[in-house]
Design a protein around this ligand. Structure first.
Ligand code: IPE
Length: 250
């Protein structure tokens, strides 16, 4: 099974609130059709959920956030999710909408529910889930990022490969020159002002990618604007992007 995260920056125009990049999503979906392994998709919030979570000052730490903000974030994620589901359907792929409330209880993943995702994918449906505002308990809520979902799912499903589709070519060692890091073998990449976007969005991705590779799986960062690279990564062809090489035992 292959796990793919479609980052908010690739599926939406982050500069403009509530603006999906439908052409880009459609282009990615067309390439996903060429993959003959079971797939599961996670998507981010971008100028939908992410935008509102910033407006309402909501974070990944469970707290008593503004309840209206929680509703707005959730609503906007459903809206973005629907756009993505429609594009999958229109291109004759069979998406299976799976909000994270289906497999999370508070901040804990529900193992049995996550195991079901593999069965759904093996049956030829494509489970599609997303980062969201979630109930934590004791009047608290929190933002569960799509990146964190990638770690939760990987831990239980052990996909053959994890792919993060980004709006960049991969992880750069230097932002100015856009010098690409091709491969990381278990080491933690140095994250500094030089290779980090201002919002710190990349920090979280790198953190989760490192976690997943330490569990033994390969994680690829690829440019979602060049979706043929996603297919190449999966088909073991010449790869363009950053690989976090997983340490397999034996
Ligand atoms: C979005 O998930 C979570 C919300 C703010 C609702 P991500 O944090 O994974 O989104 P992107 O990919 O960075 O936009």
């Amino acid at each position: 099974m292959i796990l793919i995260k479609l980052g908010g920056s690739i599926i939406t125009n982050k500069e403009k609130p509530l603006s999906p990049r439908k052409k880009t999503i459609e282009n990615i979906v067309k390439y996903l059709k060429k993959i003959d392994e079971p797939l599961a998709i996670v998507h981010g919030g971008g100028s939908f959920g992410h935008y509102w979570s910033v407006k309402y000052d909501m974070h990944t730490k469970p707290m008593k956030y503004n309840t209206h903000g929680v509703s707005i974030v959730k609503n906007s994620m459903i809206e973005l999710n629907k756009i993505i589901l429609d594009i999958f359907l229109k291109n004759k792929l069979n998406p299976y909408c799976l909000p994270p409330t289906d497999f999370m209880s508070g901040d804990k993943p529900i193992t049995n529910k996550i195991k079901e995702i593999e069965k759904i994918a093996n049956a030829g449906l494509i489970p599609i889930t997303f980062g969201d505002a979630l109930w934590y308990g004791h009047k608290k809520t929190y933002i569960l990022s799509g990146d964190k979902i990638m770690t939760h799912l990987s831990k239980i499903l052990k996909p053959r490969l994890c792919i993060f589709a980004l709006n960049e070519d991969g992880l750069y060692s230097d932002l100015k020159s856009k010098k690409l890091i091709h491969e990381l073998k278990g080491e933690n990449p140095i994250i500094s002002k030089n290779n980090m976007d201002v919002t710190g969005g990349m920090t979280r991705k790198v953190e989760e990618a490192t976690n997943i590779s330490k569990m033994g799986m390969d994680v690829f960062f690829v440019n979602g604007n060049k979706p043929e690279r996603i297919v190449k990564a999966i088909k073991n062809r010449k790869f363009e992007g950053t690989v976090f090489r997983g340490k397999r035992n034996g």
